[in-house]
Design a protein around this ligand. Sequence first.
Ligand SMILES: Nc1ncnc2c1ncn2[C@@H]1O[C@H](COP(=O)(O)OP(=O)(O)OP(=O)(O)O)[C@@H](O)[C@H]1O
Ligand SMILES: [Mg+2]
Length: 155
Amino acid sequence: MRLVVVILGADFEIPPDMARLLTGESVSVLIDSEDDLVAAREQGRALASQLKLSSTDIVRIATVISELARNVLVHARRGEMQFRAIDDGRRRGIVITARDEGPGIERPDRAMQDGYSTSGGFGLGLPGVRRLMDEFSLESTKAGTTVTVTKWSDW
Ligand SMILES: Nc1ncnc2c1ncn2[C@@H]1O[C@H](COP(=O)(O)OP(=O)(O)OP(=O)(O)O)[C@@H](O)[C@H]1O
Ligand SMILES: [Mg+2]
């Protein structure tokens, strides 16, 4: 068995980004255009499948990344997203952070309610993201907005 593992280890090279993620380091994607949104979604999807999250959770994660990246583009113009693998000894999970440098959310409490939008959107992005993930935190001042979400594996 050990031999098989060694052979597999030699045969399949883990891409450098993924290797860093699996050792607990984070990978960042700058968000400055629609292309970056696609890159961020791919990065998150790859990490989630590497962590053996369910296919349903992978779809949830891709949706969340799209919503958070779009909020950065639409409301803050640019920012970055960060992806990190975590392990609490029982479960594995993915932590996703979207960060920008302003203008900030004027009423964060209202922004978390369904239907609140300052841009003529549906206003479902942030409340939807909260519903799709296991943990959610939002910090926003005029200096910028940081949204951090976590999804744990089921087992
Ligand atoms: N990164 C951000 N920077 C500044 N304001 C933000 C940011 N993200 C969200 N907001 C504010 O919070 C509101 C609610 O965000 P939410 O994503 O729920 O809705 P939306 O982006 O307006 O519409 P959609 O349903 O298309 O996502 C936004 O209209 C905007 O005012
Ligand atoms: Mg939105």
